[in-house]
Design a protein around this ligand. Structure first.
Ligand code: GDG
Length: 469
């Protein structure tokens, strides 16, 4: 029997009763639960440098799923996770080269951890198993597995954007990175423009050749590429939202709003999410529309993230200052126009909060997909839905073109979209919501997972056009 082996930087903890957080975790868990399989990744624990690899692998079982985790020592954590993954790849892949730093020693640490992962995986894999690797932390994993002689089918799904070659080439190790990626059999992207950016580099910088069906031939390898937009559990999210529509938390929110309209944003506190630009666009909206004063509130939930990386400390400081400044400018004794919450919420509390909002404001400067946009739409009451204001630079904008699409750098345009969203008549809101729901039902989380797994297991399926989303 050919099992599915999933590898990602972190493995989602199995928590009974609580739905699994985030798209990656939910999609992967579903895939493993159906057919059984193994999931390997970092435990999240950092141990002192005295502890040297190979570090032990811990197994946890839950029904047909086995989770395997390993710790990282401080040196590996600093180079692989904090350094090359989150201070080089993340900013460059999100086009923020000004925030990126590069250090060959960190790149070497990144490759070293990819090799350690490969070492641990060897013991968990049988020759016929297929391996599904996730995201930017593990771009060199297939190369490391091949070096150990693994001949399994190995696929990579990239959750974040893939940059244009000119941007990628800011990373001094771009050639090494791309050569490593070419050891994957299948690489999946969120959008066609990400896939084309990857193909562009392979064709122009590596002398590769494009064959039919998204196949790229380079240096004797054939790499298949495809587009697999990640989705959400549409019906489950609506049920979660409806089930808690009158929870104490939602009642408290409603009481505090006192009938005012609610604009809502939820993000990891990350510079790619465009929070400072969003705050100033809201400020512009308030300045341009005095008629809306006291009638609207904007709540920003910003979940702390990667707080030991310098750029994340900076943006946190900046936002605290901006929230205070905007409230200082517009607040009245009985009206706080902007609420800024720097904390996380339990997932089951989040959906009814989305549903209580009239406007979902999702304005990343760049985003692979952005699941919050999809969750906001799914959580709405179809009879009286809220409006999504969405950045055209989120992967989700490709599918959710019935949202009000904005450019997050255009302060006046975003402010005007907010006014339009708040004033939109019921009929137009329903039409836009129904159009987005239809696309989301089609590109479901099941479809994302099934298409990727099917294409990984059956190379022929791509040749018949399965790669087109
Ligand atoms: C990467 C890519 C791509 C948020 N706050 C809380 C909470 N969340 C959940 C949301 C959502 C998830 O976290 C965030 O997903 P996003 O897609 O918005 O963003 P990234 O974390 O940057 O994810 C992205 C994604 O991978 C999947 O491929 O879409 O482009 O960057 O599900 O609801 N969950 C809980 N408490 C919170 O306070 N439990």
């Amino acid at each position: 029997m050919s099992r599915l082996i999933v590898v990602s930087n972190r493995v989602a903890p199995i928590t009974e009763g609580e739905p699994t957080a985030g798209g990656l975790a939910a999609g992967v868990m579903d895939a493993l639960r159906q057919k059984g399989g193994r999931w390997f990744g970092w435990s999240g624990n950092v141990v002192p440098d005295m502890v040297t690899p190979p570090l032990p692998v811990v197994e946890q079982r839950s029904g047909p799923i086995s989770l395997y985790t390993t710790d990282l020592n401080q040196r590996d954590y600093d180079a692989y996770y904090k350094g090359f993954s989150n201070a080089t790849l993340w900013p460059v892949f999100h086009y923020q080269t000004d925030l990126a730093h590069f250090d060959w020693a960190e790149f070497e640490g990144y490759r070293r951890v990819n090799r350690h992962f490969a070492d641990s995986l060897q013991a968990l894999m049988a020759p016929q198993d297929v391996v599904w690797v996730h995201d930017y932390h593990l771009l060199c994993l297939a190369e490391a597995l091949r070096a150990q002689g693994a001949r399994n089918r190995i696929g990579l799904f990239l959750h974040i954007p893939f940059p244009a070659p000119a941007v990628l080439m800011n990373i001094p190790a771009h050639a090494e990175l791309m050569a490593a990626m070419c050891h994957y059999d299948l690489i999946g992207f969120q959008t066609e423009s990400d896939r084309l950016a990857f193909a562009d580099y392979v064709l122009r910088e590596m002398g590769g050749e494009a064959l039919p069906g998204g196949v790229l031939a380079v240096g004797g390898h054939a790499i298949r590429t495809g587009v697999y937009p990640i989705g959400v559990h549409v019906d489950m999210l609506r049920q979660e939202a409806a089930a808690a529509a009158d929870s104490a938390q939602v009642q408290a929110l409603r009481a505090s709003l006192g009938g005012r309209a609610l604009i809502m944003s939820v993000d990891r506190l990350d510079y790619s999410k465009g929070l400072p630009q969003r705050f100033t666009a809201y400020e512009r909206f308030l300045a341009d529309n005095p008629g809306w004063h006291r009638k609207v509130e904007f709540t920003q939930i910003a979940v702390p993230s990667r707080s030991d990386v310098h750029a994340y400390q900076e943006i946190r400081r900046e936002l605290e200052g901006e929230a205070g400044r905007i409230n200082g400018r517009f607040a009245e004794l009985d009206w706080t126009p902007l609420r800024y919450l720097n904390r996380s919420f339990a997932r089951r509390d989040l959906m009814p909060l989305y549903a209580a909002a009239q406007v979902g404001l999702v304005t990343p400067l760049r985003d692979g997909m952005n699941l919050v946009a999809k969750e906001f739409v799914a959580a709405q009451d179809p009879a009286d839905p809220g409006v999504l204001v969405l950045s055209r630079f989120a992967g989700a904008a490709r599918e959710l073109d019935a949202a009000l699409l904005i450019n997050p750098h255009d302060e006046a345009g975003t402010a005007a979209a907010l006014e339009r969203a708040l004033s939109m008549r019921l009929e137009e809101r329903r039409e836009r919501h129904a159009a987005m729901m239809a696309v989301m039902r089609h590109n479901s989380l099941e479809r994302w997972r099934d298409r990727f797994e099917c294409d990984l297991r059956n190379p022929a399926s791509l040749e018949h056009g399965a790669s087109a989303a």
